[in-house]
Write a protein that binds this ligand. Structure first.
Ligand SMILES: Nc1nc2c(ncn2[C@@H]2O[C@H](COP(=O)(O)OP(=O)(O)O)[C@@H](O)[C@H]2O)c(=O)[nH]1
Ligand SMILES: [Mg+2]
Length: 307
């Protein structure tokens, strides 16, 4: 069964992709064998994280960028981490259907992931999905996440580059987001430029990030304005970082993050086997009663498993 699935994935078979995505979501151990077999065939896709607050237009921007990439004859995979995000608007779904009409059937693969369940958390599930899409020949992979706190940082550990989507209405909020944006963003997009204040927001951001080398531009996804330029910028950014070694360094970082998270998962599973729940609860009780501090309790439990 595994061999057959592997072959189908490498051929870009949509049904095989869809069924494996479900297995990933369910945390099914069968996926691992497929992932192991396809891994050496993957590694060509450009993974772009798209994040920002709810309603800024991330899905719409992705949808339009997908149409643009399809015009450029690139295949696209889309992973939305928030289950409600990608299909929240009828318009977005409508566009997808339109895309289906216009382009080669399996040139685009879309899947949303629930933020619960799968072992190792959402990041682990999304990583697996990325490897599959990559092996299936998708050249560009968008990962949409809602950027709140920790999630924003997680996307930076999953994607080759990050596009943050803002809107003209965000004005003063942007100031407070400065540090977070500086940490993760490669490109800042002020979407909904058809609404008033977009130019001011772009100017404000440009001033705020005068010391950073990220790109700031305005789009109106709904009017399909600025999207081709955004795709140009993404491609330029990719070429530039390939040229100056940043891309390769980022690749190492992503691989390191993945390996460490898998190790953490394994070590934790071992730990759970060796420290039974009763001994854990006994320490919890002692900590709660302040008979022991949590640091010493952790040391004590760790000694039992030769750490
Ligand atoms: N005015 C305007 N509305 C937009 C634009 N892009 C998206 N929207 C609308 O904003 C709402 C949220 O869009 P959506 O893509 O679902 O946002 P997400 O939550 O960030 O994925 C929808 O009603 C879109 O039609 C735009 O460029 N201009
Ligand atoms: Mg969305």
């Amino acid at each position: 069964m595994t061999n057959n699935l592997v072959k189908r994935i490498l051929n870009g078979d949509v049904r095989a992709l869809a069924s494996l995505m479900s297995l990933i979501e369910d945390g099914d151990p069968k996926v691992k064998a497929v992932l192991k077999a396809i891994y050496t065939y993957a590694g060509r896709a450009h993974v772009i994280g798209v994040t920002g607050a709810a309603g800024t237009g991330k899905s719409t921007v992705i949808d339009r960028m997908t149409a643009e990439y399809r015009r450029r004859r690139k295949t696209v995979g889309i992973l939305a981490v928030d289950p409600t995000s990608l299909f929240s608007t009828g318009a977005v779904l409508g566009d997808r259907v339109r895309m289906r009409d216009h382009f080669v059937d399996d040139g685009v693969f879309i899947r949303s992931f629930a933020t619960r369940g799968s072992s190792g958390g959402v990041s682990a599930a999304v990583r697996k999905a990325i490897h599959l899409l990559d092996a299936a020949g998708k050249e560009v992979i968008f990962v949409e996440t809602i950027g709140v706190g920790q999630d924003q940082l997680e996307i930076a550990a999953l994607a080759q580059m990050v596009v943050v989507v803002l809107t003209p209405q965000m004005g003063d909020e942007v100031q407070g987001m400065k540090a977070g944006l500086a940490e993760i963003a490669d490109i800042l997009v002020v979407n909904k430029a058809d609404l008033s204040g977009a130019d001011e927001t772009v100017q404000q951001l440009t001033a705020l990030f005068a010391d950073e080398d990220f790109l700031i531009l305005a789009t109106s996804a709904i009017k399909d304005q600025g999207i081709d330029l955004l795709v140009d910028r993404i491609e330029e950014h990719r070429k530039k970082s390939l040229g100056n070694g940043k891309y390769q360094k980022k690749r190492l970082n992503l691989c390191r993050e993945e390996l460490l998270s898998l190790l953490r998962e394994k070590v934790f599973a071992e730990l759970a086997k060796k420290i039974d729940n009763d001994s854990l609860e006994a320490q919890v009780k002692l900590i709660a009663e302040r008979q022991i501090d949590p640091y010493s309790a952790a040391d004590r439990l760790a000694r039992r498993i030769d750490l």
